[in-house]
Design a protein around this ligand. Structure first.
Ligand code: ZN
Length: 202
């Protein structure tokens, strides 16, 4: 589950970066951190700008990503990619109608049919959305499956799905990493020894 604070920090960073939008200015990481600290005293190493650019599709230029016109450790919000205005999950420019038809208008993961009552959630009418197969990659052809609004919830960002909607791995997203870290905290000494032996044999 994504922590509420994560969303809030993302939003705060966007607020700061969007000052004067569309005539935005580069903002230093120091200034972003100071702004976040107004709401979260003591927060340091604010990664939101990088995260918003790499995983959430915001058009944020970064001085640390080789944009020569921006100083190191500065970020600037450019005009939003048209595809990401509004619901980022509605951003696929390809033929989603054809993709849905290919899947017989069913959620790839749970099989619920568009416009029908959800198979497992009482009172929910299925809406098919563009689900990422791998949330650490852009929503682009080859990385999209139709998913119902239940299977496409944001807290499923941690999973990698195959074309049949089955989970095949853990995505390199903040949620995926957090889940792995949570698992690691819970493993027993015996499991740790087995995992180390397994890794050592690779
Ligand atoms: Zn579903």
């Amino acid at each position: 589950m994504r922590k509420a604070g994560q969303w809030t920090r993302d939003a705060l960073v966007l607020v700061k970066l969007a000052e004067g939008y569309p005539a935005t200015k580069p903002i230093s990481k120091t200034d972003l951190t100071a702004f976040i600290n107004l709401y979260y005293p003591g927060a340091n190493d604010v990664q939101q700008a990088r995260h918003l650019a790499a995983q959430k599709g915001f058009n944020i230029l970064s001085g640390t990503r080789g944009n020569k016109e921006i100083a190191a450790n500065h970020y600037q919000l450019e005009e939003l990619y048209p595809a990401f205005i509004g619901d980022r999950r509605a951003g696929y420019a390809g033929d989603f109608a054809a993709l849905k038809k290919h899947y017989d208008y069913c959620c790839a993961t749970c099989g619920s049919k568009e416009g029908q009552p959800h198979r497992y959630r009482r009172g929910v009418t299925v809406q098919l959305q563009q689900g990422h197969m791998d949330n650490s990659k852009p929503l682009a052809p080859g990385n999209i499956i139709p998913q119902c609004q239940i299977c496409n919830r944001a807290d499923r960002d941690r999973w990698i799905y195959d074309k049949t909607g089955r989970v095949t791995g853990i995505a390199a997203t903040a949620d995926g990493l957090r889940m792995v870290m949570d698992f690691l905290k819970r493993i027993t000494k015996e499991m740790r020894a087995k995992i180390l032996a397994f890794l050592g044999s690779k």
